[in-house]
Design a protein around this ligand. Sequence first.
Ligand code: Z5A
Length: 215
Amino acid sequence: NDSGRRPRGALIAFEGGDRCGKTTQCSKIVEHLRSTGVDAVMWRFPDRSTSIGQSINAYLAEQSHMDDAVIHMLFVANRLEKRDEMLRLLAGGTTLVLDRYSYSGVAYTAAKGVPYLSMEYCKSLEVLLPAADLVVHMTMTPESMAARGGYGEERYEKVEFQSKVMAAFEALRDERWAVIDASGTIDDIHEQVTSIVEPVVRCAHNGCALGRLWD
Ligand code: Z5A
């Protein structure tokens, strides 16, 4: 690190449709990074442990109904309530591996097709948050996702809606995104993820600046 600053941690987000294996891969990469001496932690969004997160959980479990704009704001607020801690951990050198982030926030709401909740509007609500250094986009056909255990238990787990979410993710992609075929074996995917993540962690440690959404 020749920037004169303390090495920071990397911000890495895993995105994709439901049941595509994000949680599995986030856990594996955190375990791997730790085994190589990198200070790394995994977080999930939504964070269902906070009071905002509990309202989101009730909505996803179809135990409550909310206006589309209101539930959208709650997902955003659920990230903002973790913003200070996120920035503190990154500045202190901890790499954060996120199981979903703002990209899901934008893609899932935009996929609803509500005219006043456009992609541009949804993006504008995330600008106080840091951009991920890397977005690992795990792709799979909605039909294959549906064949995975546990699919269909929550509100958005419907094949037609997932196709719209996939299209929204595609529209969000930029040079920080890496696309991975999620239909391979857990170990093959982990190998690919490792080869993509390690250089990004090194870059952050060496002083690459943390960006802001959506600069
Ligand atoms: N949402 C939103 O609308 N707005 C927002 O801002 C945010 C989220 C942040 C809940 O998210 C919902 O909230 C989600 C988006 C919306 N939509 N829905 N419904 P979530 O992250 O809590 O829910 P999820 O995406 O369904 O996560 P998940 O159930 O934890 O799935 P996953 O993490 O992608 O998969 P997994 O748990 O690692 O694996 C699923 C199963 O497949 C499991 O049995 C594994 O053992 C198996 N698996 C994993 N990998 C493989 C491979 N490679 N081969 C075979 N089997 C595998």
